[in-house]
Structures are given as C-alpha cells and as structure tokens.
Ligand binder design. Structure first.
Ligand code: SF4
Length: 154
C-alpha cells in the first residue's frame, strides 16, 4: 500500500488559484512518485476560478476569520469544505501545502487588520484545521519541500 500525501492542487499544476493560474512545481510531483497523491484545494469548489482574493483577518473582538473582498465572513464555508476533505481522508502520511495562502499557508500567511494592513504571519485556515486533525504530521510547504528535495528526489 502506498503512503498517502496531501498536496495543494495548485502546486501540482491545477489552475485553481484565485487568478486562474497555477503554481506548478514539477519537482514536487516527481519527488512524490512513490506516494498516492491526494490533491487538495478548498477554495476553487466553493468560490470558482478565477475568484476574488480572500484574506485572513483579525477583526476587533473576534477570532481570526476569513473574509472576501467585501469583508464578508466566509470562515464557516471554508471550514465545512476542509472538514469534509479531512473526514474523507482521516489518515495520511504527509502534507505539502502552498505557502502564503489564506487557506493553505503554514506560518507564512499574512494576517490582516480591518484596514487590510498585514499585522502578522500565521496559518491559513486549512493548515490550521489539518494541524489540529493530523497531529503527528509536520506540515510542509513547497519551500521546505524543495529545501529537502532539491532534485525532486524523495
Ligand atoms: Fe487552492 Fe490552496 Fe492553491 Fe489556494 S493555495 S489555489 S486554496 S490549493
């Protein structure tokens, strides 16, 4: 049985980014040849592609939320989508997520204040929920993956 790896779909070459583009890094898929790759993108099925940019925002008196361009709170929508994915894949062996994304970023996502000024770096909402569920797995992003697999080898 192959080990399972969750990978942000835009890294694999899907044109699922908000701007309709991909962030394909061929070396990632090549470096994961021995794995069953499970593509993951919570935003495209919910909001379509291309779509408005969403942001992780800290609003006064609230926990961190995710908002669209009009500052509408879309946190619950995203949480439901991500939790459905986690429920469908309760056990995986590795997770590689796209850096800086409001969904996928792990420690690299800009957290904005109400004026949309960045005030810190943190986790995207998917990274947050995955970290809580897949407790024993250290989430990687494409940068840390490339650092350890510079030639695409695993
Ligand atoms: Fe989808 Fe995550 Fe890539 Fe954004 S970073 S396009 S949510 S897979």
């Amino acid at each position: 049985v192959k080990k399972k790896v969750v990978v942000s779909a835009c890294i694999l070459g899907e044109q699922c980014r908000y701007d309709g583009k991909t962030k394909k890094i061929s070396a990632v898929a090549e470096g994961l040849k021995g794995y069953e790759i499970i593509p993951f993108c919570p935003e495209a099925p919910l909001f379509g592609t291309p779509r408005e940019r969403i942001n992780v925002m800290l609003r006064e008196g609230e926990n961190r939320i995710v908002t669209d361009e009009t500052n509408k709170d879309v946190t619950k929508l995203l949480e439901d989508e991500i939790n459905t994915f986690i429920a469908a894949h309760p056990q995986v062996d590795r997770i590689i997520l796209k850096s800086k994304s409001p969904s996928c970023g792990y420690g690299t996502t800009p957290i904005l204040d109400e004026k949309k000024d960045p005030i810190a770096l943190g986790n995207g909402i998917a990274a947050e929920l995955m970290q809580a569920h897949y407790k024993d797995i250290k989430i990687e992003d494409e940068c840390s993956f490339m650092k350890h697999n510079p030639n695409g080898s695993d």
